[in-house]
Design a binder for this molecule. Structure first.
Ligand code: C5P
Length: 228
């Protein structure tokens, strides 16, 4: 498969481990996701490091705050030409709509987070305090993202069919990816890379399958050999 369709989730807590992995993977990977663990310890340093290497950056801070605050953060990311960033769709249509306005005509693509891939379907009422069932909740969030003109969303690969039944064009980014022999960890709604791409994902997010591997280069070869 095309490795440019995979964002490697750099969920490290220090710059050195991050640098080691990015340098080990070399030219094989162009796309990296920086999330809260790494951003809170080496935010600007890591952005500069990845930019200097010509990598694409997905900044996954999952914004959820009042619109006036998030708007300022989104403006900063547009100025820095960050490729992708995330905002919780649960934070509401007003915020999503304003973000869509700010990124218009820029190089930055916001993605609406739907329901975290670690939340099991049976736990949705408990965690999100929502009475509706899983599919109903997903449909509301997907429609909210589309109606707000946010160009992409993050969901588990299990929900790709549902998203595509509502909209054929929206960009779908799926974490919750595991190789056959991997442990599931704290993820709940998962698929293999090949299955997720065949199901219609545009980009995959892969963290521990690569960062936790004894030999990440061997995983690279395994991923390259996947036929979609
Ligand atoms: O290690 P693993 O492959 O499970 O990492 C998944 C990555 O995707 C993590 O960085 C996590 O923050 C992110 N993510 C997720 N579920 C979402 C959105 C992002 O697991 N809904």
């Amino acid at each position: 498969m095309d490795l440019n369709k995979i964002f490697v989730a750099l969920d490290y807590q220090n710059f050195d481990d991050t640098k080691n992995l990015v340098e080990t993977l070399g030219d094989d990977f162009k796309c990296y996701k920086v999330g809260q663990p790494l951003y809170t310890v080496a935010g600007n340093e890591i952005i500069k490091f990845l930019k200097d290497k010509g990598k694409r950056i997905f900044l996954d801070l999952k914004f959820f705050d009042i619109p006036s605050v998030i708007m300022k953060a989104a403006e900063n990311l547009v100025k820095q030409e960050i490729d992708f960033f995330t905002v919780h769709s649960l934070a509401g249509s007003e915020l999503l709509g304003e973000i869509a306005g700010i990124v218009k005509d820029s190089k930055t693509t916001p993605l609406g987070v739907t329901i975290l891939t670690s939340i099991a379907e049976s736990k949705i009422a408990d965690v999100l305090l929502i009475e509706k069932d899983f599919d109903q909740t997903m449909k509301i969030l997907i429609n909210r993202i589309i109606d707000s003109r946010i160009p992409g969303l993050v969901c588990s690969p299990k929900e790709i069919d549902l998203v595509r039944s509502i909209n054929t064009k929206i960009l779908i980014v799926t974490p919750g990816i595991r190789l056959e022999k991997d442990s599931v960890g704290d993820q709940s709604r998962i698929m293999t890379p090949g299955e997720a791409m065949k199901a219609g994902s545009n980009y995959l997010v892969m963290g521990r399958s690569i960062t936790g591997a004894q030999d990440p280069k061997q995983i690279v070869e395994q991923l390259k050999s996947i036929v979609i």
